[in-house]
Design a protein around this ligand. Structure first.
Ligand code: ADE
Length: 259
């Protein structure tokens, strides 16, 4: 996947893309991220890319000419062109998946100052916002997009990590633990040591349902209520003693060593 980022501040991206998973993905040639300085496409004496809003008002507006010329130079007919703006459609995991699947080259314009000249929008395929808040510019939003799309590309992270993660079937991820067994009087649930993978998966799904219900009731409404999910919901709602499958997993489970 190739990303082309149009920005006035390419240096803002340096440390993010030269660290950790993004660095490795670039090193392996799985993604390619190019930062293009819009200022290089200005035609005026002072390389200005912004100006006062016509009609008055606060701040500076990014001008259309440099963005237009930059786009003309760096995009091809198959480039999917995204403009980041708080007025765009709110970004989510589903959108990340769609972008990762459908495009080989994604161009992202990071707006700055008080906004961009309205005539800029017509040159883009879509407007995306990363949430209902206003950033000083689109650079942080571009990092969110590139990161979330890149990790869906084969080889960037382990496939297992993608298989089970938050937002699949509108569920938040189940609680995860790592040693030590006990910390500050809180213990890792014994079922995770049982060696019974079917029971562990069931327990995890049940915990996902509980967490989603508590933290994101809006998502919980949309969870597909399969037979197994319905059964687990009943168990959660009845709030009685442990169901048989959970008890069995605990009593018949492998012996484990706790530190
Ligand atoms: N630029 C400023 N705020 C933004 C947001 N919430 N999403 C995308 N781009 C932005």
């Amino acid at each position: 996947m190739k990303f082309k980022v149009l920005t006035l501040f390419p240096e803002m991206f340096t440390s993010y893309f030269s660290s950790s998973i993004m660095k490795r993905a670039i090193g392996k040639g799985l993604i390619d991220v190019q930062f293009i300085n819009i200022r290089d496409y200005t035609k005026n004496k002072y390389n200005r890319c912004d100006n006062k809003p016509v009609g008055g008002g606060a701040g500076l507006i990014m001008q259309v000419q440099s963005i237009f010329d930059c786009l003309k130079n760096v995009s091809t007919p198959s480039t999917h062109k995204i403009i980041l703006t708080p007025r765009g459609k709110t970004y989510n995991q589903e959108k990340a998946k769609e972008l990762a699947k459908n495009y080989d080259e994604i161009l992202i314009l990071c707006g700055h100052y008080e906004g961009v000249d309205e005539r800029v929008y017509q040159y883009f395929d879509e407007e995306i916002s990363i949430g209902d808040y206003i950033l000083t510019g689109g650079e942080a939003a571009a990092i969110c997009l590139i990161d979330s799309i890149s990790r869906l590309i084969k080889g960037v992270i382990t496939e297992e990590s993608i298989d089970i993660e938050s937002f699949d079937n509108n569920l938040l991820e189940y609680p995860q633990f790592t040693e030590p067994y006990e910390f500050d009087n809180k213990k890792i649930p014994d079922i995770l040591y049982s060696g019974n993978h079917e029971a562990i998966n069931k327990w995890r799904l049940k915990e996902s349902l509980k967490i989603t219900k508590e933290k994101r009731p809006d998502l919980y409404e949309k969870v597909e209520k399969t037979k197994q999910v319905q059964k687990l919901i009943k168990e959660i709602e009845s709030n009685t003693e442990l169901p048989k499958w959970e008890k069995d997993a605990l009593t018949k489970g492998k012996k484990f060593i706790k530190e």
